[in-house]
Design a protein around this ligand. Structure first.
Ligand code: CP
Length: 327
């Protein structure tokens, strides 16, 4: 089956076929090699992408800005608080106008119950590809970088035992888009995925069902547990990360209490020691050091967080190259 990448939106990897994701991985690797060799990659010469951010970013913003420059195009960073959005301009008007000025629109909007709807509105009205830079449900740019990293490190992804584990954090109540994206994506590559969290931090039921369907279709496996130790024992890959108790209907005060009651959900050296001897520690970053994870782990020999973050550049360039320039 032929895939048409030009103009294709990138809101959720669930909407990209496995063949399309495989092509995305291949293009990412080509671009990584070209970057290492200093080869020019002018695939998006004179093209513009608009980068709308409702929230802060280090990796996503800079991988997109550096990436589009390396492809010969231009990225316009838009802090949405300085756009007319702040005065109520609707997604339709923003999408139509930016489509007339350039060749792609990318947006981060993580507000719970709002972000994905906003992205879908942009998608509906834009005449250029819309890229999700993280919403309340999905972070496909992170998901594809994680998949690339795991493929590089493990060779074959089939049967790799990976745990997505809730972790305590103080810094801010993080979205659940990273674990949700990983949960949907990894079983499509035959991985044996464990999702672990303390009570109160469940992911949406529809996401668990989709992940199980993906596992059934592609020979992966999904296990859901409230047992933290089980999620580390014998694992090849562990991804301990905080997310908020967004799914439950709680007051802020109850949420804070629940968070403090689960301080023990930290990635410690002791937990790494019960995993596989060659276990890999991943985190999308930013990490809440000494709350989500001990320094000795994130800075230790099992950590692959910087390789993971580097792949954000190569995969972002591949997404832009295919959707804004490909056939
Ligand atoms: N992982 C990630 O999306 O990082 P930023 O929030 O810094 O973009």
């Amino acid at each position: 089956m032929q895939s048409i990448f030009n103009g294709k939106h990138f809101i959720s990897l669930q909407e990209w076929s496995k063949d399309e994701i495989d092509t995305l991985l291949e293009v990412s690797l080509d671009l990584k090699k070209d970057f290492a060799m200093g080869n020019p990659t002018p695939y998006l010469l004179y093209k513009t992408i608009f980068l709308m951010f409702f929230e802060q970013s280090t990796r996503t913003r800079n991988s997109m800005e550096a990436g589009i420059a390396q492809l010969g195009g231009h990225g316009t960073f838009l802090d949405t608080s300085t756009m007319q959005i702040a005065h109520g301009e609707v997604a339709k008007d923003t999408a139509v106008i930016l489509s007339r000025y350039g060749h792609g629109i990318a947006c981060r909007n993580c507000f719970w119950g709002v972000g994905n709807k906003y992205l879908r509105d942009l998608e509906k009205w834009a005449s250029v590809p819309v890229m999700n830079l993280q919403c309340d449900f999905y972070h496909p740019m992170q998901g594809i970088a994680d998949l690339m990293t795991l493929r590089e490190k493990t060779g074959s992804l089939k049967g790799v035992k990976v745990s997505i584990i809730w972790a305590y954090a103080t810094s801010h109540k993080k979205p659940l888009s990273v674990p949700l994206t990983q949960l949907l994506l990894f079983p499509r590559y035959g991985m044996d995925v464990t999702l672990a969290y303390p009570e109160g931090y469940a992911l949406p039921d529809w996401a668990i069902q989709q992940a199980k369907d993906n596992a059934d279709t592609h020979g992966g496996k999904i296990t859901v547990t409230n047992d933290m130790e089980k999620a580390y024992r014998g694992m090849h890959v562990v991804i301990p990360k905080n997310w908020g108790s967004w799914v439950t209907d709680m007051s802020d005060e109850e949420r804070d209490k629940l968070l403090e009651a689960n301080k023990g959900w930290k990635c410690t050296q002791k937990m790494i020691d019960i995993a596989d001897k060659d276990v890999m520690y991943m985190h999308a970053l930013p990490a809440d050091r000494n709350n989500e994870v001990e320094d000795s782990v994130i800075d230790g020999p099992h950590s692959i967080v910087y390789d993971e973050a580097e792949n954000r550049l190569h995969t972002a360039k591949a997404v832009m190259t295919l959707t804004m320039g490909g056939k």
